[in-house]
Design a protein around this ligand. Structure first.
Ligand code: PRX
Length: 586
């Protein structure tokens, strides 16, 4: 039996300043008591009015997320609790609406046009949230970039997207200037913490001071692009996944159904908006539900993390398996904190092993609910609902409105219990609109009427899905997706390396770590110093998180006759598995 109402909900606490003046009528949730019935009858269009469409069938995701609450009884409710290193701030829905209006005016003054790309390269500070919403309000496309990116990672994204404006801060802008000359489309850099800026820069504080707090929000068609994120595949550079304003419908409903947000919830999503979880469920979904969102700008530290839950009395927590494993490894630290406010915990991004679910029961007296989705799908697809019985290790069932199946390599559905490709009917609102400037790549995702996730899975007769692994060479380290090709390209730029092959190696803490097999240039010998130098080199060029933790120097790499590195052989060798068919190899 599946229901959304769990007795645990009643344990949610209310922070005093968070009390709503006049509670709105509670919109009834779809009846998940009877999963099969809901599943059969649900239609996405029935939910369109939930995110404020206007009479002409237009909407703006930023307005759906924030402005409509700023016009309602929630206007003085805290939308954002921000915790920085040495200060904290809070913003109501009305303040967030006004600030994002101001930023939309700043961009308008600069000459922004609909569909222009505006990128954000910031740590998790309030300006990130304000500018993201402001960009959407103008009808431009917001791109987010994780603050650990190095010049190469930035170049790939800013160059490919043709970004016209970039918002960053004084600490990060140096990395942009390393590649600035190769970015002909980039007109202005907006700096959030400087008043005295260079000629082609804009001072955010100065411009915001002058801008009006009212703005005529651009009315968008449902299929108009709203935001984009770059993600990795097996080959080539990262691809720009573009999402439309319509995606908010799915983000809104899944935030209700899966994350189970209610008006009195204090919600903490630990993901950075440089990744899709931080956008869909760190900004759009929770704000659109009128929830109070906690943002912590800081590094992972078990004591600090538990303090955040304690201090803000977080009720709903969305994080990732590697983070839970790290907390588990920290042992009894949780016992020093009062975590009784927590009532619902969710996880995404990598397999949630049964061991963590059992640990969660011991530490928080709550099950951790797994769910599955991807950058390309923009919203949750498969989940354990709040009060579904949890099968530890399984991802849950597809949500209403999603048809998920396991298909063979020809697109035919296989029987329950048989492993195959995890596929979806491509008819849901948050499915990507396009791969930026790469229609061929976009088409590669589809076969025989299915969208292919690139993941291998099994479906049980009871409808639950079990994740098996990637169908390709994409690496998932600490829940972050890394393309082996990007790491290999960065490695061979180092003078000591002629060739490199990169794989994901199973790791008990991070899910996978990046392992590099390298062929050294003449005159170089393997040493610890060389290894640290190469590691530093990749970290600073590509990104702080996507570097090989293990190296192995080899004489040659296995290749196909056409010269492509065969990573599956490297992986088989590493794991002591059979190498499979070698008939096409050199
Ligand atoms: O391989 C699957 C894995 O993460 C991939 C998507 O990564 P990304 O686009 O970065 O989005 C991550 C956050 C939505 C998937 O193709 N993945 C995601 N969720 C799970 C998962 N693997 C196992 N279990 C999950 N719950």
């Amino acid at each position: 039996m599946i229901t959304t109402d769990t007795p645990l909900q009643k344990q949610g606490r209310i922070i005093v300043e968070n009390i709503i003046e006049k509670p709105e009528t509670i919109v009834p949730r779809p009846n998940l008591q009877d999963y099969d019935e809901t599943y059969r009858t649900f239609e996405w269009t029935s939910a369109y009015d939930r995110v404020e469409w206007n009479d002409c069938g237009r909407l703006n995701a930023a307005e759906s997320a924030v402005d409509r609450h700023a016009r309602s009884s929630r206007k003085h409710k805290v939308a954002l609790y921000w915790q920085g290193a040495d200060r904290n701030e809070k913003y109501t829905f009305l303040e967030l609406s006004h600030l994002s209006n101001r930023f939309a005016n700043v961009l308008t003054e600069l000459g922004i046009e609909k569909r222009d790309r505006v990128f954000i390269f910031l740590p998790r500070i309030p300006e990130l949230y304000v500018s993201f919403l402001g960009i959407l309000k103008t009808g431009a496309v917001a791109g987010t970039m994780f603050s650990a990116f190095g010049p190469e990672g930035l170049y790939d994204r800013l160059h490919d997207s043709g970004a016209r404006y970039l918002i960053t801060n004084s600490a990060l802008k140096g990395r942009v200037y390393e590649i600035r000359d190769n970015l002909p489309d980039l007109e202005r850099i907006i700096v959030v913490d400087e008043t005295d800026v260079a000629e082609d820069e804009v001072s955010y504080p100065e411009a915001m001071k002058k801008a009006s707090e009212t703005f005529d929000v651009a009315e968008m068609l449902p299929d108009d692009p709203a935001f984009m994120l770059y993600t990795s595949g097996t080959t080539g550079k990262p691809k720009g996944v573009v999402h439309r304003h319509l995606a908010i419908v799915q983000q809104h409903l899944t935030t209700e159904w899966v994350l189970d947000l209610h008006d009195d919830d204090i919600y903490w999503c630990t993901a950075d908006p440089g990744w899709v979880t931080g956008v869909s469920y760190g900004i759009l979904g929770p704000f659109s539900c009128g929830a109070s969102v906690v943002v912590h700008d800081g590094r992972f530290d078990p004591d600090v993390w538990y303090s955040i839950i304690e201090q803000y009395r977080v009720t709903v927590w969305y994080s990732a398996p590697t983070a839970f494993r790290m907390l588990m490894r920290a042992g009894d630290v949780y016992k020093n904190h009062d975590l009784r406010s927590l009532r619902h915990i969710c996880s995404v991004g990598e397999p949630l092993n049964a061991e963590i679910v059992h640990w969660g029961m011991r530490a928080f007296k709550l099950p951790i609910h797994d769910n599955f989705w991807q950058t390309e799908t923009g919203g949750i697809l498969i989940a354990n609902y709040p009060s579904m019985p949890i099968k530890p290790g399984w991802m849950g069932k597809s949500i209403p409105g999603i048809t998920a199946a396991i298909v063979d390599d020809d697109g035919n559905e296989v029987s329950p219990g048989v492993e195959g490709n995890l596929a979806l009917k491509p008819d849901f609102p948050s499915l990507m609109l396009e791969i930026w400037k790469n229609p061929a790549k976009y088409q590669e995702y589809f076969m025989g009427g299915w969208y292919l996730t690139g993941d291998r899975a099994v479906q049980h007769e009871d409808g639950y899905f079990l994740f098996v692994g990637r169908a390709d060479d994409v690496i998932n380290t600490s829940g972050e997706r890394v393309g082996p090709f990007e790491v290999e390209s960065a490695l061979i730029e180092h003078p000591a390396i002629v060739e490199a092959g990169v794989i994901g190696k199973p790791d008990p803490l991070r899910g996978e770590i990046i392992k590099a097999f390298v062929v050294l240039s003449d005159g170089y010998e393997a040493s610890d110093d060389l290894e640290s130098d190469v590691r530093r080199f990749v970290k600073t060029r590509l990104a702080g998180h996507a570097y090989p933790r293990e190296f192995e120097v080899v004489e040659t790499l296995p290749k196909t006759r056409s010269g492509k590195i065969v990573r599956r052989m490297l992986r088989a060798k590493e794991l002591g598995l059979p190498v499979g068919d070698v008939s096409t190899l050199e």
